[in-house]
Write a protein that binds this ligand. Structure first.
Ligand SMILES: C[S@@+](CC[C@H](N)C(=O)[O-])C[C@H]1O[C@@H](n2cnc3c(N)ncnc32)[C@H](O)[C@@H]1O
Length: 203
């Protein structure tokens, strides 16, 4: 990853996303949300990987980031896309406290909301339901499907396991009437690719 890739990806928001990376590599590490060995790889592994979904999110959409942890992918997406309203959904108090502090420090509180809840116990609806590294699709689909508005989309950021997970989740998918596509997307032509499973209603 070069500085130019990050600068071209985030444009005028480069200062804000750099501030988030500083928070992740200091408080994120001391709060145990980011491994100390990961601190050097935050840009590639977390920021650009999260930003890769931006092209799949319609303008002015309402978005929920299920199991947001330290704010991934919800915070990079919100920084990159000021048109979005983003809810960071996270059940663990320690992480919720970190998220509230980060949202406040980054000046995002007017359009990014932190909610302490498990997905199964949250009853709002969103145009886009995002999840990264939360659970295999067989669990994630029943958690995320009820959070989707009738025409909404689920975007699950996955690694190489995507196709195998989809096979296992086939019965759960059939019950929800959702159809799946596996997409390869990038935040920038020179960034590492990310694999996204996109789930939408059968037409
Ligand atoms: C491995 S972390 C991933 C965090 C972040 N999405 C990322 O990519 O770094 C998984 C997160 O999912 C949260 N989680 C686990 N079960 C959940 C559930 N049922 N509903 C919502 N979040 C959940 C955990 O508390 C944890 O913060």
């Amino acid at each position: 990853m070069t500085a130019a890739v990050v600068e071209q990806t985030f444009g005028p928001a480069i200062g804000q996303i750099s501030q988030y990376v500083d928070i992740l590599s200091t408080k994120g590490v001391t709060h145990g949300l980011i491994g100390p060995r990961e601190a050097d790889r935050i840009w590639d592994r977390h920021i650009l990987n999260s930003a890769a979904v931006a092209g799949l999110v319609a303008s002015e959409a309402t978005v929920v980031d299920v199991g947001s942890g330290a704010g991934l992918p919800g915070i990079p997406l919100a920084v990159l896309r000021p048109d979005l309203r983003v809810t960071l959904l996270e059940p663990l108090l320690r992480r919720v406290n970190f998220l509230n502090e980060a949202v406040e420090a980054l000046g995002l509180a007017d359009r990014v909301t932190v909610v302490r809840s498990r997905a199964e116990e949250h009853h709002e609806r969103y145009a886009v339901v995002l999840a990264r590294a939360v659970a295999p699709l067989v669990k994630l689909v029943p958690w995320c499907a009820p959070l989707r508005s009738p025409t909404g989309t689920i975007l699950a950021l996955k690694g190489r396991s995507a196709a195998a997970e989809l096979n296992t989740a086939e019965p759960a998918l059939a019950r929800t009437g959702l159809v799946a596509e596996v997409l390869t997307v990038r935040a920038h032509p020179d960034a590492e690719p990310a694999t996204v499973v996109r789930l939408t209603s059968r037409r």
